[in-house]
Design a protein around this ligand. Sequence first.
Ligand code: SAM
Ligand code: SF4
Length: 332
Amino acid sequence: MGSMIDPYGRGIRYLRVSVTDRCDFRCVYCMAEDMTFLPKAEVLSLEELDRLCSAFVAKGVRKLRLTGGEPLVRRNVMWLVRRLGRHLGSGALDELTLTTNGSQLARHAAELRDAGVRRINVSVDTLDAAKFQRITRWGRLDKVLAGIEAAERAGLAIKINLVALKGVNEDELEDMVAWCHGRGYDLTMIETMPMGDIDGDRTEQYLPLSVVRARLMRRYTLEDIDYRTGGPARYVRVKETGGRLGFITPLTHNFCESCNRVRLTCTGMLFMCLGQDDSADLRAPLRASADDAALCAAIDEAIGRKPKGHDFIIDRRHRAPAVARHMSVTGG
Ligand code: SAM
Ligand code: SF4
């Protein structure tokens, strides 16, 4: 088995793959309502995605997360999940998972479990149906909740992702903790990240998690725990519920030194850092030859350029995104 070590000595063990840039929702912090999506010809086929992911697994990646856009709206995506599941069977991969908006989960939950998926992240920002529609523009809360229940019945562990939004769901956050932990789900709260043009003004949505944390501490006892995933989340145990609560504060730099991940888009661009524009084209070497030598060389070259940290900042003067691409390109 190979291994990928970047110039700062970080072992790259985690690959996130955006399998499509398309989505059946239009969350206000993620997309403009009239998004232009990639022409289909530019998008890697499922076979190509399998080959690329498998090359990363051969090079030492132990964890794969499928994301998007909405991964479950990609036609035939379960074929890819099953294909990648073979690496779990061989022991080359520790975990295959996905991040989903839950809209298609009711249909796919049992098959995901059958293909080897054990945990999923589902994004739910509010439990108020009207608010849910305002945030997602096109989403329906009842469908998502039915999807989550199907996932639970199928035996999948569930983590809820919630983007904290000023003046939108900030009044519900304490109840969300109770709801998630009452059902045995982990919960991770995320700060809005300045990625891609959206219709609104991001500085108005931005709610610092330091404020959220202070408020939660009025109702809950938050105990620091030593649970790390190599990502930007910091976890606490909520004493009253016994559940785990994560905070993702991408605008701080405190996680870059342990960063173990890279991100692949559905066109085969590899982003070495969520908060930087530098990327490497892996589609060209992938398509240039049927053997993986050129592809592996391109991966090595890219890992050699992984930056030390990110440059996120919400630009309050120009209100421009710090990173031009949308979150749906790399999937967060
Ligand atoms: N469609 C799937 C979903 O919503 O879970 C997967 C892709 S989505 C881009 C991945 C995660 O990124 C979601 O939890 C979403 O809430 C979050 N996200 C999207 N845009 C964001 C932004 N600008 N700032 C912070 N989180 C964002
Ligand atoms: Fe779609 Fe996920 Fe972005 Fe919402 S956050 S628009 S569900 S990709």
